[in-house]
Structure formats: C-alpha cells, structure tokens
Design a protein around this ligand. Sequence first.
Ligand code: ADP
Ligand code: MG
Length: 399
Amino acid sequence: MHDNVSADEYGSADPRYEGWPTGRSAEASGVSRPGVSHSEVNVPAGPTVASPIVAPPYGSRPVAPSAAYSAAEGVPGQVRQTTPARPPVPVDGYAETGTAMTDADVSRETEDPPLAQEAERAVKILNPSGEITMPRPTHRRVICVANQKGGVGKTTTAVNIAVALALHGNRVLVIDLDPQGNASTGLNVPHHAGVPDVYDCLIDSTPLADVTQPVDGIPNLACVPATIDLAGAEIELVSVVARESRLARAIQGCATEYDYIFIDCPPSLGLLTVNALVAAQEVLIPIQCEYYALEGVQALTSNIGLVKSHLNPHLDISTVLLTMYDRRTRLADLVEQDVRAHFGEKVLQAVIPRNVRVSEAPSYSQSVMTYDPGSRGAISYFEAAQEIAERGARVGGLA
Ligand code: ADP
Ligand code: MG
C-alpha cells in the first residue's frame, strides 16, 4: 500500500495507521514521560515535496551555517544561532570559544524549545531546500544493526539513522535488544524496571504493539525499549520453544505498518543477536575505523552465514557503515580501503566522522540529528540514511 502514498500523507495522527503506538503501554505502566506527548506534536513529518527530486551528489549539499561549528576541528566558525542554553558537559577534545560574546553576536533562547520544534529545526538545517527525499521502501525493511564488538557505534547508528528516516516521512521502529538499554536512553524512552519491554515479547510472547512506545518529538518514530530484565533473557531463552525465532514471530505478528524496523543488537553473538538475525532481512554492520577493525567481523559474517543457511534464508549483509572516522590519521584511511576492498558496494559512501556532538547527544536524551543538526556527525548520518533509503527504493527493497 506504500506505493501511492504521497509525502504529505505521513502525518503521525493519520487514523489509517492502525496500531501506531499511542503511549498506552507507558501510561498503563505508570510511566510519566517528560515533554510534549506524541499526540500533541503538530509538526509535519518531513518535507512535503510532491514529486521526488533527484538529490545532488553526496557532499554537494548546501551546508547549513551551523555546520561551520565543528567541535572536532575546535575552531568554531560561527556560533549556532538557535541552540538553546544547555548545561555544560565536560567532554575531552571539545574546545569552547573561550571568548566573551555580546548579545549582538549570539541569540540564544533561554529555555529548551519544545521537542517538536527541535525536530522541525533539524529538518530545516539538514535539508534546507526540502529537496532531498527519503523514499519509502515498497515493503517493510527489517534491519539488524550488528557487530559483536562493543563501542563500534551500533546504537548510535541505529538511533540516528532511524531518526533521520523518520524526520523524512518514513515510519520507523527501533527495537532495543541490548540489556544496557542505550538505544532507549538515546531516544528518551522510559526503560526502568517494570516498563513493558522486549523481554516480554521474547519470553512471554507479549505482542510487540503492547511494549512499543512513541518517541517524543519525532513523529513517525517508535521504540521497543530494553529494561534490565533483558539481561536474563539470554539464559532464559535457552529453554524456550523456538528460542531463535521469538523476535521474528513478534515482528511478524505486528500489524503496524512500519517502513523500517531497526534492531539494535548487544555486543555478542549470543541468542539475542541470533534472534535479531532470524527476524531481519538485512544486516547493517557498523565498523569503527581503527586497528583490528575487520577482526571479529569474520566471526560475525560466518554467524550470519549459519543463520542464513539454517534459520533465515532471506538474510543478507546489505550495508556496512564506517564509523568514528578520524581523517587526521592515516590509519583511518587504511581501514577504509580495507573495508571497501572486503565488502565492496555494501559499504556506504557516507562515512561517519568521530565527532564530539555525536557522543554528547545521548546525555541530553537526544539523537545528534536533533541535538546539533548542523554538526558533521548529524550531516553524515543524514547522508547515510539517505543512501540507505535510495538503495532500498532502487532495487525495490533488498529482501
Ligand atoms: P555500540 O552500540 O556498538 O556499543 P555506541 O553506539 O554505544 O556503540 O558507541 C560507543 C561510544 O562511542 C558511545 O559513547 C558513543 O556516544 C560514541 N560514539 C559513537 N559514534 C561516535 C562518533 N561518530 N563520534 C564520536 N563518538 C561516537
Ligand atoms: Mg550499543
């Protein structure tokens, strides 16, 4: 049914999207959520461009003024005009200007704007002309973000690409499958003990819709959180019937019409990751640009091969994303060459730089897309999301 839906029909309040999470689960569990409720948000989801316009080549997109404020480079070319005052976070390597600014230099709002305004602002900065569209896929794409190494950018990638796609009219669900709950934190979705979560789907066969929560301020984005309960799931699953396909069943039983479901995997190759691989059609592997980058990926690819041959013939590595690229080092360059030689066209042209704004964003319970849309991290994730959307549309989906 996606085929004939125009961009301006994606409004989150659209009653045709049956089953779209309303926050019921959160309310039922007594969770109080900060900020505006999802239903109150009244922001157009993405640009309302009638006909798709061919996007300019990557890198040629006009960069918003705030992009000049590149923390990694340490020399702010221009102070962001609309960023609200925020409590300072001590982060190594982030150089503030140090110079006193007058009112004429900078116009800072004194309070956080509503979350919905942040989303609107993000779209305006990332896609000023509204020309770039992220076409909806012809069928639901279930993408597992996996790498058994910790700290390579799985969660950051799942969260930011999901937000970028949602801001541009795609209906997106993020399933947090890591007991650490970092994706839930990054999306500001309650995930303290007692909140219905992905554990309930895996162990108690609770329907996915009953544990799904809307993401405040981002129309079209929802999240299945992970609570501390999930820590025991890996062991409890061992004795459960059809233990490898519990998540697949939960997703198959979900009637909500998502365009994308991203599954954020834990840093292991245990039963949780196997459940994600069985549930997905595509694997997105984030690879950190550092020494030993490809080591361990071998184990992941052979696991993917095993799941493909025994449990899920539809599974494929569709996307590889280079993360935390530090262009000052020759090593990053060598790693990039290696990864491109190994994975070929699966590697996205967009490369995510090491950028302090990316690592700051979660401490404000935001993605970098809304926290600082003009930062190099946000722009790169925007480009990566655009590539993922265009690839899916070009081949009619990758499943
Ligand atoms: P994983 O989910 O693979 O364990 P994370 O996404 O949690 O990895 O990232 C690990 C850490 O690195 C986090 O603190 C995150 O904020 C930081 N990080 C991720 N990507 C970047 C980036 N591009 N630049 C700077 N820091 C990053
Ligand atoms: Mg993670």
